[in-house]
Ligand binder design. Sequence first.
Ligand code: AMP
Ligand code: MG
Length: 309
Amino acid sequence: MGGPVRIVLYATDRQAAEAAARAAFDAVASVDATMSDYREDSELNRFSRLAGRGPQRISGPLLEVLEAAQRVSGLSDGAFDVTVGPVVALWRRAKKEGALPDPRALSDALAHTGWQKLRVDDRLGTATLSVEGMRLDLGGIAKGYACDRALAALREHGAPRALVDGNGDLAVGDPPPDRPFWRVQIAGEPDKVLRVARCGVATSGDTERFVEIGGRRFSHIVDPHTGLGLQTRSKVTVVAPDGMTADALATAVSVMGSDRGMAMAERLPGVAAWMRWNRGEVSESTQSSAFGNLLRRGDPEDRPRTSRE
Ligand code: AMP
Ligand code: MG
């Protein structure tokens, strides 16, 4: 998960709370074991190793995440793309070695990237990577999914008034007793406090994760069309019907930039987006029309939770 997961929940007694929390953390661990690209034996990596060998049966959870990923790829015209594994691998190496990826290696990685080279068949329960050497990376979507699964586990254990914070990606359940909403602050943005319930909130950006080479700064988020890490510094927060969708859309909007990203957000039901970015020394920001409705209007008690990248 790349960081700690925090759960806030309301339950009738301590025992019920502990049982619910345990089930929720188990759900997170199970998603991590299935979808981590850092674990050689994850289902995700086993599937990637079968690239180029036709349709493979995959588990329900992996199927669900790959289908959602493909949906967001279509909506974002390929800005979001879980087949960026080979490109991300080159940038991880670049970071370690302090040198830009070799252009030939980069074009080879791009030849093994492209959401249209991934096929998902939910009826047969299979997925296909059409080119040998492809590699999936669910870093832009699986955290949100893990939070959703944790929230579902809490609900099943009688604790629907809960919030799961996967280190920047949140799954928000029913509000606390006697309150209409949870309050979530975008990290580093004191006046951006959202009033939300039953949704996902995700923040993507390059304030913390980037590589600096030769005076240029590249984000850990890459543009699948060029193979380059993003160079415009930005922070994007998306609210969506669930955590998985919010997570993927926040990454997508980061790549698309403000104009295309906000236009996409406006078209999607239940989605609100906000973005801040730097143009030279100047910081600019924009938001979709639904976002304003979520901002809190004076309401001073307890500290809000934060959504950070
Ligand atoms: P997030 O913090 O949710 O924006 O996800 C960033 C992570 O998603 C990166 O660390 C990569 O593992 C992966 N990633 C990078 N670029 C993309 C992209 N264009 N589409 C999908 N996933 C990406
Ligand atoms: Mg994301």
